[in-house]
Design a protein around this ligand. Structure first.
Ligand code: FES
Length: 89
């Protein structure tokens, strides 16, 4: 069974549990959050969110460049937490 981490949406004041084999966007929607998305496959960057702390696995994030990733932007439609995470939304 995959390990679960806390994902906090700082501005929304919501924290949810997301497993390492689940996508943050999908779990946030299940929790009632309405977040922007389009492709849901890592190719458009509509779902991009600033990660303030923690590690997010986004191996399939083909649309995000190294500079944006270095600044902390993550594609949460294909992003899974590898630790507890705080997002600036
Ligand atoms: S919704 Fe398109 S990259 Fe996430």
């Amino acid at each position: 069974m995959a390990q679960t981490h806390k994902v906090t949406f700082k501005q929304s004041g919501i924290t949810i549990d997301v497993a390492e084999d689940e996508y943050i966007l999908e779990k946030a929607e299940e929790a009632g959050l309405t977040l922007p998305y389009d492709c849901r496959s890592g190719t458009c960057v509509t779902c991009s969110q600033m990660c303030l702390s923690g590690e997010i696995d986004q191996d399939m994030a083909f649309a995000i460049d190294d500079d944006d990733a270095e600044q902390g932007w993550r594609l949460i439609c294909i992003g899974s937490p590898l630790s507890d995470v705080e997002l600036d939304i």
